[in-house]
Design a protein. Sequence first.
Length: 139
Amino acid sequence: MIKKIEHIGIAVEDLKQAIPIYEKIFGVPCYKQERVDSESVITAFFSVGDSKLELLQATDPSSPIAKFLEKRGGGFHHIAFEVDHIETEITRLEKEGFSLIHLTPKDGADNKRIAFLHPKSGLGMLIELCQEKNSKNPS
């Protein structure tokens, strides 16, 4: 079951340049930076009220973020939804006919297990499912 919007992902060319700009916009500091080798990115997180924003910088020129930046430039990249049980959601969405980039969850940033739906299934929107690694799954 989808519980809430977990975060919004924003692709940036350079975190060192972007972080101070977003700190000024939001009026809060970046609370966490993390390298995620499985996605070839470095992330920076901001907590704004009940919302989180994730800046993403590519660490490899062949990574999905690098390709996104080359094609579209910086800006909105994805929306992430928190789920109770990621495997159940993957199965449910696949049965509903959605195309998924990941059929098996993988480790992501901010202590999450993640999987992405293909943008063609989301009317052009890249959708991420995420579940806290330490959460207890309902039976």
